[in-house]
Design a protein around this ligand. Structure first.
Ligand code: ADP
Length: 490
């Protein structure tokens, strides 16, 4: 048997937030076997989490199912109060939580702090929304009938979260679920489980009743099998790759569960001839290089008008060269490692493919030390290059030249994905035309950052269904129930 390497967790003010155990029915469970979790910058083992068998995952579903009636029966105000305490505890422990995010995911500490604040903001938002699960009173369709609509919690929710935002993706799903009166079995990514476990420990501290939040860790497939097959799980909410989401959604729908999906994108970033080029470059730095390009709303294709193409390309390359590569916890780092070797390979493959098809390398293009990838800018990227067709999920920007609005719009829509798009222009009419014509769930005009708990986040086409955050986010966890009452006249 391979010797188990000792873990080296990050130094924390509250070391008890580092949990090497799953949370099943209020019990922190270690299990018989474990999975190692590594720091993507150094490859060192940070710690281990249980590799739970299906049997224990079933216990978690059972616990969530048992906790449901009492949790659902609490007032929305009481559920909101718990979420508010959770949000406050997340903020009070933000430094530790951010260190956990940076250690297991690799992003620079400043980005990790923003992510943790965003995690708290989702909990706070849904603390407020809990009390707004309004129904309707509808004028009766017959003289002796009265009609009402009430909203009821979906039930036990299976939630599967990815590694790129290991903290905010958790509260973005769990807070609306809890606000609605649902209970949850959460499966965080096996690459970044410690953020979710720390958040669960804080939810417990905030007073979450036993079984309302369960966190199961381990190999994805057996856990996924339970979540899509067990009839007590009434809904699956998934954020991750389109391939896995498609497969899990298909199986969940076959079992007639509700499904919310937040899948891959292929965001166009369009810069028109009337744009403020410097502002567009600033936005591009955020939309492309945040989290080393590993976000589903990352700009993936830069469509730049020929009149500003050279100026935009030159400035973007200069700014990209200014990024400092390093480990997430090193103070000067502005771009962390990619999550694993497969991510490096994909970035490398996309660069090579673009160059073979005639693109020009302005800066970057190489992997460094096996864990980092240089911020890369390529010009004259052909629209059929891999980096324009597929999500690169790395710090690689490919620039395409265009000469007219219709051409840009058609190229932008020429994708199966429909998550986010970015447009830089100062033309008001053009902004309105594109807001209507672009087939994307979220569009940023003259900004590279648009995610907030107050606005609906989600995509159309193959980027998913359902919305997270905002008042729409609560609906994803509520069923609509019609009440028809016979009221005979006296
Ligand atoms: P990525 O390619 O970005 O890692 P994945 O879709 O593989 O995205 O991962 C997103 C989440 O889906 C993670 O929590 C991962 O463990 C989970 N996952 C992957 N495969 C399965 C599966 N067969 N069943 C359930 N969850 C899965």
């Amino acid at each position: 048997m391979a010797r188990r390497e000792n873990g080296r967790p990050p130094a924390l003010a509250r070391p008890t937030l580092w949990r090497e155990a799953a949370l099943v029915g209020g019990v922190w469970t270690r299990g018989d076997t474990s999975l190692a979790v590594t720091d993507p910058a150094s490859g060192q083992v940070l710690g281990h989490v249980p590799n739970l068998p299906a049997r224990v995952v079933l216990h978690a579903v059972e616990a969530a199912h048992r906790a449901l009636p009492a949790w659902r029966a609490q007032t929305a105000k009481a559920r909101g109060a718990l979420l508010r305490r959770w949000s406050e505890l997340i903020l009070a422990n933000q430094e530790d939580l951010a260190r956990i995010v940076s250690s297991e995911q690799g992003k620079p500490l400043a980005e990790a702090v923003s992510e943790v604040r965003s995690a708290a903001a989702y909990a706070e938002w849904f603390a407020e929304e809990a009390r707004r699960a309004y129904g309707d009173v509808i004028p009766g369709h017959l003289a002796d009938k009265r009609l009402q609509v009430i909203k009821t919690p979906v039930g036990v929710v299976g939630a599967i979260t990815p590694w790129n935002f290991p903290s905010s993706m958790v509260t973005r799903k769990l807070a609306p679920a809890l606000a609605a009166g649902c209970t949850v079995v959460l499966k965080p990514s096996e690459l970044t489980p410690f953020s979710a476990l720390a958040l669960a420990a804080l939810a417990e501290e905030a007073g979450a009743p036993t079984g309302v939040i369960n966190v199961v860790t381990g190999d994805a497939a057996p856990i996924g099998d339970v979540l899509v097959e067990d009839p007590r799980v009434r809904k699956l909410t998934f954020t991750g790759s389109t391939a896995v989401g498609r497969q899990l959604a298909g199986r969940s729908l076959a079992n007639l569960k509700r499904v919310s999906l937040e899948l891959g994108g292929n965001a166009p970033f369009i810069v028109f001839e009337d744009a403020d080029v410097e502002a567009a470059v600033e936005g591009a730095m955020i939309a492309k290089f945040r989290n080393a390009g590993q976000t589903c709303i990352c700009a993936n294709r830069f469509l730049v008008h020929e009149a500003v193409y050279d100026a935009f390309a030159r400035r973007l390359a200069e700014r990209a060269q200014g990024l400092v590569l390093g480990g997430g916890l090193e103070p000067d780092t502005t771009q962390g490692p990619l999550i694993n070797a497969a991510a490096i390979d994909k970035a490398r493959r996309h660069v090579r493919d673009a160059l073979e098809r005639g693109a020009r390398l302005l800066t970057g293009g190489e992997a460094i030390g096996g864990t980092h990838f240089q911020p890369t800018v390529l010009t004259e990227a052909p629209p059929d290059a891999l980096l324009c067709r597929e999500e690169t999920f790395g710090p690689v920007a490919g620039l395409i030249r265009f000469s007219g609005e219709r051409e840009a719009m058609e190229m932008a829509n020429d994708s199966a994905a429909g998550l986010a798009a970015y447009v830089y222009t100062r033309d008001l009419a053009r902004s309105h035309r594109l807001a209507e014509a672009l087939e994307y769930g979220m569009i940023g005009f003259n900004t590279g950052a648009m995610t907030t708990e107050a606005a609906p986040f989600g995509g159309i086409k193959e980027s998913g269904q359902g919305r997270e955050g905002s008042r729409y986010g609560l609906d994803d966890y509520l069923d609509v129930k019609t009440i028809c009452i016979d009221v005979p006249a006296l």
